[in-house]
Design a protein around this ligand. Structure first.
Ligand code: SF4
Length: 346
């Protein structure tokens, strides 16, 4: 049996090269990109401006991959979380978050995650595999198909560490941004990382101009080593230098994500340290109240502590926002829906 290759997630150059390899002109690649990404076609045989023999050859050599929704959960604020089944039976999550005039899609880049951050449901699943570029893009395409409203922002903050699946992330970003593919604005895309400095620099050098969020969560190496084991390998100072490099290259301010956990990182001393280490980096700080997960000893701080932390930071840093973790009642912290679903299945 001939194994077909999933053509979804091929960037334009790869599509053109595949067509040249089949003895065709490169413009055929652009036509196919138009059918897949603009017309949302999942059938080569329906690509009517491509001659029948080529359509036939394409359908014998390639397939246009699909992911299936296994479960969708909505909450009162219309946050919608979807668990997708992949072709090999693995599953991943994406979350659609409406907020005023925005509709943000949060997508995954890995099945599980190897980084084991102590506050994260996905970290507990462990690492299963990287997503192919087509599987990353498919979360966008399938969500868009099911939505009446346009997705306005895309964040790579779902399951997995995007920079550990770097090549597929880059290809997915190229497909997302390229006008001849999806044509989504780079300024509306943010990649979030737990901190892999060499890859932060590589992303800056890619010239893709996407926003970068750094999942900080602790302002000292000592605490960050405990909360995010990746910090034992890549220390804060290495990351801060890489973030400065990113800012110099891309000229976009960095977002620092800081999950507030009761009694762990929510004191005014922590706030002072946070202001100190981010000084000199054009940035905004997103504070997020911890969203409890099953079996964790961590708890969210109370309102008084959260507001005191924010108010301490506000005059000392250029921009601070306080985000309530939307969808807490639908298990919207990454990896929670998969964890709950897997438990029910066993
Ligand atoms: S917070 Fe992100 S990087 Fe850390 S374990 Fe969870 S998915 Fe991985």
């Amino acid at each position: 049996m001939i194994m077909k290759t999933d053509i979804l997630g091929f960037n334009l150059l790869a599509l053109e090269t595949a067509l040249i390899d089949m003895g065709e002109k490169p413009f055929r690649g652009r036509q196919i990109a138009g059918w897949i990404y603009k017309h949302k076609s999942n059938d080569f045989l329906k690509m009517t401006n491509i001659c029948a023999p080529l359509r036939d050859k394409l359908s014998k050599k390639f397939l246009i991959g699909k992911i299936q929704p296994l479960k969708t959960v909505n909450d009162k604020s219309s946050t919608c979380k979807t668990l997708w089944e992949l072709a090999d039976g693995e599953s991943i999550e994406s979350v659609l978050i409406p907020d005023k005039d925005r509709l943000t899609l949060c997508i995954s880049t890995q099945v599980g995650c190897p980084l084991n951050c102590q506050f994260c449901a996905t970290g507990r699943i462990g690492f299963r595999r990287n997503l192919a570029a087509g599987e990353i893009i498919n979360q966008f395409l399938q969500t868009e198909l099911g939505e009446s409203e346009r997705i306005t922002n895309v964040v790579f903050m779902g399951m997995g560490e995007p920079l550990l699946n770097f090549d597929n992330l880059l290809t997915a970003l190229e497909v997302l941004i390229d006008d001849l593919c999806i044509g989504f604005g780079a300024r509306k895309i943010t990649v979030s990382t737990a901190g892999i400095p060499p890859k932060i620099r590589s992303l800056a050098d890619s010239g893709l101009n996407v926003g970068l969020a750094f999942s900080l969560n602790a302002a000292s190496d000592h605490l960050r080593d405990l909360l995010m084991p990746i910090n034992r390998r890549f220390k804060l100072q290495d990351n801060l230098e890489a973030l400065q490099y990113y800012h110099r290259k891309i000229n976009r301010r960095i977002t620092f994500e800081y999950v507030l956990i009761k009694g762990i990182n929510d004191s005014l001393k922590d706030a002072a340290d946070l202001a100190e280490i981010t000084r000199g980096i054009p940035c905004k700080i997103n504070l997020i109240r911890y969203n409890p997960i099953d079996g964790s000893q961590f708890r969210p701080p109370d309102n008084k502590t959260v507001y005191a932390f924010r108010d301490f930071l506000y005059p000392r840093t250029p921009a601070v926002t306080l985000r309530e973790s939307k969808g807490a009642n639908i298990a919207a912290a990454c990896g929670q829906l998969k964890a709950i679903y897997s438990k029910r299945e066993t």
